[in-house]
Design a protein around this ligand. Structure first.
Ligand SMILES: Cc1cc2nc3c(=O)[nH]c(=O)nc-3n(C[C@H](O)[C@H](O)[C@H](O)COP(=O)(O)OP(=O)(O)OC[C@H]3O[C@@H](n4cnc5c(N)ncnc54)[C@H](O)[C@@H]3O)c2cc1C
Length: 266
């Protein structure tokens, strides 16, 4: 089985800043592997370990420095990686990004039906959660988002638990398929020394839009149907906290009800 895991380089830490003039994310600070992708890598490597003869390839789309996340993926147990890289991809929205990534997955699969693609649930910068489901759509493959457990997988099909608001669904689908996983799925391992050494030596092919056979009209800022009109931090709402007093729980409930009626909420 060929297991493919999509990984993105994002700003390290939780405070992602946006340039107020251009509306673009400021990427000049320290970068790291998107935290949610640690879980996708771990699950991909676990499937490989349980499935003799399989391999894991990490894929990233990003500027030259994004190669660092492919090294991290190899350190954590992936066998190799490919880097979708080129000016033609700059400014892509999720539609264009998922298109380019799906072209890379197609090239990696080359008509092999025994392919399972893993994505993280979302990123910590753009944070949309679009990429996994959109890739499934571009590829015409079945997919599941918010996967919390892989119940069974072999070279032909996969059965997963997909988290829903009121519980979970059990979904079985034939391969090839695309899954987006949530952090409850596993506890990612720490990279081994052997993995770190392998990652230092690893070479990652760089694939351009032309090599992927991409339609240029579907790439970059011009090929993106979304346009960022304005980016802003919403003003903080003034909080008007009222502490409801009362001797007993029943008193407090009565006073709360009276206060809500007075405020015309009830
Ligand atoms: C109009 C518009 C313009 C934009 N312009 C720019 C810009 O100029 N520069 C810029 O840097 N960003 C830009 N973005 C953001 C960029 O489109 C998104 O970062 C990208 O599409 C991925 O979306 P996401 O981060 O929300 O991923 P999500 O859908 O939240 O990610 C889910 C999972 O998909 C996978 N994944 C996501 N992105 C990648 C990737 N690149 N490579 C491999 N796997 C991935 C990971 O497994 C991840 O966990 C723009 C967005 C819009 C809407």
């Amino acid at each position: 089985m060929h297991i493919i895991v999509c990984v993105k380089q994002t700003p390290a830490g939780e405070n992602v800043s946006v340039d107020q003039n251009t509306g673009c994310i400021i990427r000049s600070g320290e970068s790291a592997l998107n935290p949610f992708d640690e879980f996708a890598i771990e699950e991909a490597v676990r499937v490989k370990e349980k499935t003799p003869g399989s391999k894991v390839t990490a894929v990233t789309m990003g500027p030259p420095q994004a190669e660092a996340v492919l090294r991290e993926a190899v350190a954590r147990g992936c066998d190799g990686g490919v880097h979708v890289c080129g000016r033609e991809f700059a400014g892509s929205d999720t539609w264009a990004t998922s298109y380019a990534l799906s072209q890379a997955v197609k090239k990696l699969s080359e008509n092999d039906p025994s392919v399972l693609v893993f994505c993280g649930k979302q990123t910590n910068d753009s944070d949309t959660g679009h990429i996994g489901p959109q890739m499934a759509q571009w590829l015409g493959w079945p997919g599941a988002a918010f996967v919390r457990k892989l119940e069974a997988v072999d070279g032909k099909s996969v059965r997963v638990q997909r988290l829903m608001e009121d519980g979970y669904d059990v979904v079985e689908m034939p391969l090839p398929a695309v899954l987006s996983v949530i952090k409850e799925i596993n506890t990612p391992r720490i990279a081994s020394l052997k993995g770190r050494l392998a990652s230092k030596k690893a070479q990652f092919p760089k694939w351009s839009a032309a090599e992927l056979g991409c339609d240029p009209a579907k790439l970059g800022l011009d090929g993106s149907p979304t346009s960022v009109v304005r980016c802003f931090t919403p003003p903080q709402r003034a909080s008007n906290t009222v502490k409801i007093q009362g001797e007993t729980a029943a008193d407090k409930a009565r006073n709360l009800s009276a206060a809500l009626k007075e405020a015309k909420i009830l």
